[in-house]
Design a protein around this ligand. Sequence first.
Ligand code: UD1
Ligand code: CA
Length: 458
Amino acid sequence: MSNNSHLNIVILAAGQGTRMKSSLPKVLHTLAGLPLVQHVINTSKKLKPEIINVVYGHGGEQVQQQINDPDINWVLQAEQLGTGHAVDQVTDQLKNEQLVLILYGDVPLIKNETLIKLLDQAKDGFSLLTMNLDNPQGYGRIVRNTNGLVENITEEKDASEEIKEIKEVNTGILAVKASLLKGWLSQLDNSNAQKEYYLTDVIAMAVKDNFTVHTTQPDNEYEVMGVNNRLQLSELERYYQQEQANKLMTDGITLADPTRIDIRGEIIHGQDISIDINTVFEGNVSIGNNVSIGANCVIKNSKIADGVVILPMSILDNASVGKGSKVGPFARLRPGAVLSENTHIGNFVEIKKSFIGLGSKVNHLTYVGDSLVGKNVNIGAGTITCNYDGANKHQTIIEDNVFIGSATQLVAPVKIGKNVTIGAGSTITMDVADDELVTTRVKQKSIRGWKRPVKNKK
Ligand code: UD1
Ligand code: CA
């Protein structure tokens, strides 16, 4: 195990990201629902560093506001004069005993395991993360001597034809002792094709000072791929999603199609779960055993207990579904919907901030909001809890074994006692005592021989 108590992480995020063609700073564009730079911050935190610095430039305030993390030390690079110049802005934050790890706000999928390997190799001075590419175009090339030791990094724009042939490239990610880095940064100049202060120039300095520059490579190319435009962003999103899907399947979940699931957060789950196509998971979702989730659902920050069936086209947002319940198709569970065991919530039913008791059924075209519903209640089609008076929300209480006829309005605040039966089409404005039958509709009237109006002749 590496000891990271002296780790200083520097995340470069000052670039403008012109090719995104966006008013949003590049590092705030999202991958799997999180800003790019947030992925890098999350991975950084797993290493338990002493400090995380984020070097910002363009759209800096917006980035700080959005990320809003007191653990980050924000460092301004007012002018983008190169990667070496960017790291130099952090010099004041570098303590001699620290190991510095350089990461990039637009390289979101770097893995913890890869960084641990890199840090282990940096103990005697310097280590670089490199990669072999069939098409190395655009990258800095790793130039090695006849003994195979790293000699320098040459940027594409400064490279001879011979050097351009080299397939091993610089990913930009590196780890170096702070004491050494500080000395080398102060010697950087910008006498190169781009008139930039290249961080990569410190490699040749290290070699000159007789340090061996170690190299290590990531297991997957996508770990070091950066986002410069929206095409690359979508490519990385797919790598990320593919990996999530593979993990779910390895862990015992059946996916109808692993290319048609999106996970923007985390799923905690049991076994024997099957998930049909096109479902989106957001935030923290937990799923018990023997659960089936139909096609085209959106499930966000919700709990789904054992044996639940979620039918297609259902939306769950901060909801909890009890054991053996059945939801959908076309159901919408909004924040605070808590379903007890063996409930049925059917099509075009919306439940908000309400508890639905054991075995109760709300099967068709209904709105239940701010309500407490007891056990074995049957709520007929087209029932509405009128919870809003235009200014305030009010509660509806429906006790055990109530039967509500279709097209009923319950004008809250109102309480329906145990075993009550409400006739179809009623508008209930007053509390109803236990065991009563209540109806409010006008008695049916008939007019014999009724003639419908006819159109006037012109
Ligand atoms: C850099 C490397 C190159 C490597 C490539 C990998 C140098 C000189 N070159 O080249 O060897 O193959 O990355 O992608 O380091 N940034 C700042 N401030 C600046 C300049 C850049 O914060 O003044 C940030 C950018 O936001 C970006 C990163 O640093 O996240 C890399 O900058 P970029 O200009 O894209 O470097 P490359 O030319 O691609
Ligand atoms: Ca780049």
